[in-house]
Ligand binder design. Sequence first.
Ligand code: URA
Length: 233
Amino acid sequence: MRLDKFLANNNIGTRTEVKKLVKAGRVKVGDIVAKDSGMIIDENNDCITVDGKPIIYEAFYYIMLNKPSGFVCSAHEKGENSILQLIHEDYRNKLYPVGRLDKDTTGLVVLTNDGAMTHELLSPAKHVDKMYYVTLLKPLKSGDKEKFESGLDIGDDKPTKPAKLVPISDNICNVIIHEGRFHQIKRMFEALDNEVVALKRLKMKNLELDESLGLGEYRRLTEAEIEDLKNNK
Ligand code: URA
């Protein structure tokens, strides 16, 4: 990769700004002061420094956030109570959420700048499982589970695809859906004459919410978690 591209990708400055840094002799590749901003570097092995500070190469960022209620899954931090405001400013502008949760929904949100992964995870053809912990106003009824299985008319063109409901107690259950329709789980329970009073996403594909994260806290995904999300199975 070209040195100026590497520096610009890592938010050191625009291509013009980084050219000036190189000209000023402030950039080193290993022990050598870089002379040409167009020089080809090995981004995985060369140690690039600016004013002696190493620049760690990272093309993509992957984060899991435990979303609190009251925040919107927007792709711009300026929006009303955007979840991006919860993310450190060094990352904030690089990231966007993979899918959206409602403002009052809590739990797992993945944020990345990897467009290919986002596309794969959100593609309706891929049927990625999403698991939610649902608290209901009224007790579950016999037959609810089967109705989730066979699909519900929630007022869209088509009924919902088969979904799984696992009762936990009278008013609490886990639900697994493969689609991502607007207010989907709330509307599915409305169709059953019930009402969702709290909704928390626990899992997306095999990625589980790290319960050690408090509301509003986040952490980087591990290599294994990233590989698993990218895996086409
Ligand atoms: N279903 C909903 O109704 N809301 C969400 O935030 C996610 C799934």
